[in-house]
Design a protein around this ligand. Sequence first.
Ligand code: F6R
Length: 366
Amino acid sequence: EKGGYDHFMMKEIMEQPRSVADCLRGRVIADQMHVKLGGIRHKMKDLMNANRIIIAACGTSWHAGLVAEYIIEEFTRIPVEVEYASEFRYRNPIIREDDVLIAISQSGETADTLAAIELAKSKGATILGVCNVVGSSIARSSDEGAYTHAGPEIGVASTKAFTAQLTVLTTMALMIAKEKQTLPEETLHKLLVDLESIPEKIAEALKCEEEIKKISEMYKDAQNFLYLGRGYNFPVALEGALKLKEISYIHAEGYPAAEMKHGPIALIDEEMPVAFIATKDSSYEKIVSNIQEVKARKGKVIAIVTKGDTLIPSMVDHAIEVPDVHEALMPMVSVIPLQLLSYYIAVLRGCDVDQPRNLAKSVTVE
Ligand code: F6R
């Protein structure tokens, strides 16, 4: 049942080339400029003409929402807001009939996310669900939606559901962009080609496993961890930190790298490991300076870099390469080493990675 692995979490991490491929099947064919989510048909007009898109979710699904915000705004120019479902449902938010609410949930049973849907529905908004569990409560209470098709996720820490959520949300953004013609045809084609290549890119990223094992040995006794990223990789920093804290019980925080100067930099000394998600994208120069700032204070830096980069590897303690892909799609690839890092550190600390203390797979109470 664990496919030969010691834990479901590892099986699910390793499964991602397949789960993302399943998620893309029939939905994206780059050479035919085909990009379509069959589950969103009747509401496609509402989505295209939305005044605003509101994304409501919790935990890892909320992190996927943050990446989607950047992607949807960049490619479709529709304003997007991302809300913790638990805050949204209780704060009398402004919701209009021409808003579209996208609820993201692996289990489809998260109580707060379900309540956010009911609230938005009562104000007349269109509801789209992005769920993994077929027939789940959130899937059923949405007007339409798209399943992530990642297969059952058993490990409490969400891994393959996250990459599948990003796959669906990227596909959705490109489907809108195609209909609204908000992207030049060439750019759209290039993005579709890159999206189709994500399963192989993830497979390549997974090859860092042995290196991550070694790094995990060195940092397994750390008390704290900082994760920093910019742009599309900022939510990946949040996700890396969440993965580590929930299964290894090491205190970890994720921040946008530039926010470091506004407080967290005070934490940095030779005892502080800092994971930078520093792939070659439009914020590359900026993150290079952030790395320098950490090194100047003797922090230990683990950097996720684009294959072939030589500058950052020369500056840091450990560099982990991932293959290059369009920056908007990079989170699906750059999160992989961080999933492995949290897994190996937790295993070395003797933690129950599939069933961490105090956590349930679906949070059906508020
Ligand atoms: C993190 C994790 C949780 C869930 C959150 C939302 O690894 O598993 O943070 O992401 O409870 O759950 P769903 O997506 O089922 O609504």
